[in-house]
Ligand binder design. Structure first.
Ligand SMILES: CC[C@H](C(=O)O)C(=O)SCCNC(=O)CCNC(=O)[C@H](O)C(C)(C)COP(=O)(O)OP(=O)(O)OC[C@H]1O[C@@H](n2cnc3c(N)ncnc32)[C@H](O)[C@@H]1OP(=O)(O)O
Ligand SMILES: [Co+2]
Length: 134
């Protein structure tokens, strides 16, 4: 079911500072910020030869990453995104196994314009998993 790692996401307190560090200190190619109000975050992508790093900053009062940053004020690894060929088949399989699919269980459109879902970290050894259909 799982394909490539699409991205590893880091929650950061200030996306401009983090983007500058990845570009100037680490010499990486960093995309322009994308505000995703429907997801409560602003994101940039650090382009790598074999995957991407997504930098996340809270957007709005109800950001799903606000509690994470309150616990980890310097930031930290937030989720891993795996690619899947058929997100509804993956969802149905996961629900059948008893895994919790977050939200209402229906895919939303993510930063890449593709359908995504999230799986509860408590069901996968403390790691928040995102699935993206590619
Ligand atoms: C889709 C756009 C973009 C893209 O790639 O295209 C993105 O990736 S947007 C990313 C931001 N959106 C999301 O993260 C949506 C899914 N996340 C959620 O629904 C929540 O963050 C949730 C349910 C994972 C946690 O919500 P919250 O922190 O408000 O709840 P709790 O504080 O009660 O946490 C419950 C429990 O889980 C632990 N936790 C929370 N976040 C994480 C995490 N990122 N990794 C690992 N563990 C996490 C938290 O510490 C609590 O554990 P406990 O032992 O009970 O204290
Ligand atoms: Co993501």
């Amino acid at each position: 079911m799982l394909g490539r790692i699409n991205h590893i996401a880091l929650a950061v307190p200030d996306i401009a500072t983090a983007s500058r560090a990845y570009h100037e200190t680490l010499g990486a190619v960093v995309s322009a910020p994308q505000a995703l109000p429907e997801h409560g975050v602003t994101v940039v992508f650090v382009e790598l030869p074999n995957s991407k790093v997504e930098l996340l900053e809270p957007l709005g009062d109800a950001s799903p990453i606000a509690a994470f940053l309150a616990k980890n004020p310097d930031g930290g690894m937030h989720h891993i995104c795996y690619e899947v060929a058929d997100i509804l088949a993956a969802r149905n399989h996961l629900v059948a196994t008893g895994a919790r699919v977050l939200g209402n269980g229906e895919p939303k459109i993510g930063a890449h314009g593709k359908p995504v879902l999230f799986l509860h970290p408590k069901d996968f050894f403390g790691t928040l998993i995102e699935l993206e259909q590619v």
